[in-house]
Design a protein around this ligand. Sequence first.
Ligand code: PNS
Length: 170
Amino acid sequence: MHSIAVYPGSFDPITNGHIDLLERALKLFDNIIIAVAANPGKQPLFSTEERLEMLKDSLAQHPLKDRVKVDLFQGLLVDYVQSIPTRAIVRGLRAISDFEYEFQMALMNRKLNADIETAFIMTGMRWIYISSRMIKEVVRSGGDVSGLVPDNVQKRLTERLAGFCKNSLC
Ligand code: PNS
């Protein structure tokens, strides 16, 4: 039987930490569906289409790309998962600080649909300190994030955010 898991997130934008997690998840599941939240609680920097495009570009040359699908979801994650032949969600854990939020989210999802389980995977040590939020903050302030995000993402971030702190209060 073919095992599938959904890897949901805002991916605003995708980082090398996300790719590391995807590779780890592919050791456990045959296929991963990266599910981009169209309406995440936070106000995203990039539109849904931009986030999807960056994900697809970042994975276009990946050796495991044939086992990965990128999709979009609206509304509740559990409803999206229910529409797919799987009951598995994968999420990454970097540090203790992630735990409370992830724990709450997993339990809420379980309350909403008791058939769906969340599996947590530890991010590689190399990426333990990076997050999309921090990446954006660094680029906004003129810092270099090369090696932390795919090249296409770095380019987009620079186009969108370079000079931000010169032109506004931040
Ligand atoms: O990358 P993120 O921002 O931590 O991802 C969070 C995400 C998008 C997975 C989460 O906010 C989500 O599942 N949103 C969809 C709405 C939902 O199902 N909410 C109930 C569970 S908290």
